[in-house]
Ligand binder design. Structure first.
Ligand SMILES: [Zn+2]
Length: 309
């Protein structure tokens, strides 16, 4: 059995975002039941009936996310956590800052592509993760890696990373280089499998749907997918920014090249949007856009949603 909990369904900034006064954020801030707040992008997964948990990305909201998720609470009188590690899909701020929350001498294994680990470890603030008890473990794209904690005890979970079209993290962009210096290992999707034969995909950032990724996802039981924006020019048309979704490394939900159209022929049994930006109208439960995505067979992820496979 695989248990998966959406810790945060929002994108970077969360919903509402601290400095955003857009109509969406205003409704969330006002407590409108149609505009449920969302913390930043992360899932928790367990393949051993909840005995141990692994985070898929560690968001800046991790402290709050753990507080509101009882399965992740300490179970002993002293220090300890059922969270044994983290698997990173890229080095975006919304996916790595939670690592700093996990700095209290807690044994952890942190998995990521060699390039992502190198970039994160090169930033000395992450030295607060005590090297005596934290190990950084490479996820080689295309290879199946057994996910286990520092003591090596099996979790029943394995991960296979695969490169997806995307962009290097914003804080690592180099304007002098082509595509801002992005390289193939900067953003990956994850295929998570349990010993009992269950599997799902987690792809919180993906700029396009090339044939190889479509083939990989075809017929899957469950995919959590990039729901950052509804339209490519959403940030611009909402007056919130100057970048398109594709410039930020994301494909839009709608449109001929969007995720709904791209998934339509893939026969994925359950499709859940995560990493949803506060500008995206699908966050509003009574919006026309929410009705459209649900009619297309998609779910809009929300904090605390649990899925069992
Ligand atoms: Zn907003």
């Amino acid at each position: 059995m695989l248990r998966i909990i959406v810790l945060g369904a929002g994108a970077g900034g969360g919903f509402p975002q601290w400095n955003c006064g857009c109509p969406n954020c205003g409704r969330a801030r006002a407590g409108d039941p149609q505009a449920r707040p969302a913390t930043q992008s992360s899932l928790a997964v367990s393949a051993d009936d909840g005995a141990t948990w692994y985070l898929l990305n560690a968001s800046p909201d991790l402290r709050q996310q753990i507080a509101q998720t009882p399965p992740l609470h300490p179970r002993v009188r002293g220090r300890g956590s059922p969270i044994r590690g983290v698997v990173l899909t890229n080095a975006d701020v919304d996916h790595i800052v939670g690592l700093l929350t996990m700095r209290e001498v807690q044994p952890l294994a942190i998995f990521g592509t060699p390039r992502v680990l190198q970039k994160v470890q090169a930033n000395t603030i992450f030295n607060v993760l005590d090297s005596e008890v934290v190990s950084w473990r490479p996820l080689i794209p295309g290879q199946v890696t057994e996910i286990c904690g520092l003591d090596g005890s099996p979790s029943g979970l394995s991960a296979k990373a695969f490169p997806v079209p995307g962009k290097v993290a914003l804080w690592l962009e180099d304007p002098r280089q082509e595509d801002f210096g992005s390289a193939v290992e900067d953003t990956v999707g994850l295929e998570l499998s349990s010993n009992c034969g269950k599997r799902f995909f987690y792809i919180p950032g993906c700029a396009r749907m090339p044939t190889d990724i479509a083939d990989r996802l075809r017929g899957a039981a469950l995919v959590f997918f990039d729901g950052t924006t509804y339209t490519d020019d959403e940030m611009i048309s909402c007056g919130l920014g100057s970048k398109t979704a594709s410039r930020m490394g994301h494909m839009s939900v709608s449109g001929t090249d969007g995720s709904i159209a791209s998934f339509a022929p893939l026969a994925v049994a359950r499709k859940i949007f995560v990493h949803i930006n506060n500008s995206n109208p699908i966050l509003i439960a009574d919006s026309r856009e929410r009705k459209f995505v649900e009619a297309a067979g998609w779910e809009v992820g929300s904090d605390g949603l649990e899925v069992v496979l």
